[in-house]
Design a protein around this ligand. Structure first.
Ligand SMILES: [Zn+2]
Length: 122
């Protein structure tokens, strides 16, 4: 239940931020999810909606932005790589320049709350 624990963490983060900012309602939440996290965006949204019931988050709009994988390879290639969409359980990525696997992953593993729109107390 990878998605559930992620969705739970997101909901807590948003509620915390909303309370600190005297929000009466959360209107919109934007979450960044790296392509390499293996999280299923549809499941995440579904769980966010379930978990937000009865909280300040209920009825908010959830937006997910998928962050593409980016690497810095030994061969000198720096940039985006395509993860294998067909295999969600283990996306294999290799350098598009040299086909190797000796690289640093610079992006694609994040799962962050990027933006929150709230309605404040008068
Ligand atoms: Zn390379």
């Amino acid at each position: 239940m990878h998605e559930l624990s992620m969705a739970d963490a997101i909901v807590r983060t948003v509620i915390d931020a909303a309370e600190k900012n005297d929000a009466v309602e959360v209107l919109e939440v934007t979450v960044e999810i790296g392509q390499l996290t293996l999280l299923n965006p549809e499941q995440i949204i579904f769980m966010l909606e379930v978990l937000s019931e009865g909280t300040i988050l209920e009825g908010a709009n959830f937006n997910l932005e998928v962050v593409p994988a980016e690497i810095e390879c030994e061969c000198g290639y720096e940039g985006v790589v395509e993860a294998d969409e067909l295999d969600h359980l283990a996306p294999v990525i290799s350098c598009p320049e040299c086909g190797g696997h000796e690289f640093q992953v610079r992006a694609g593993r994040e799962c962050n709350v990027k933006n929150i729109k709230i309605e404040k107390k008068e």
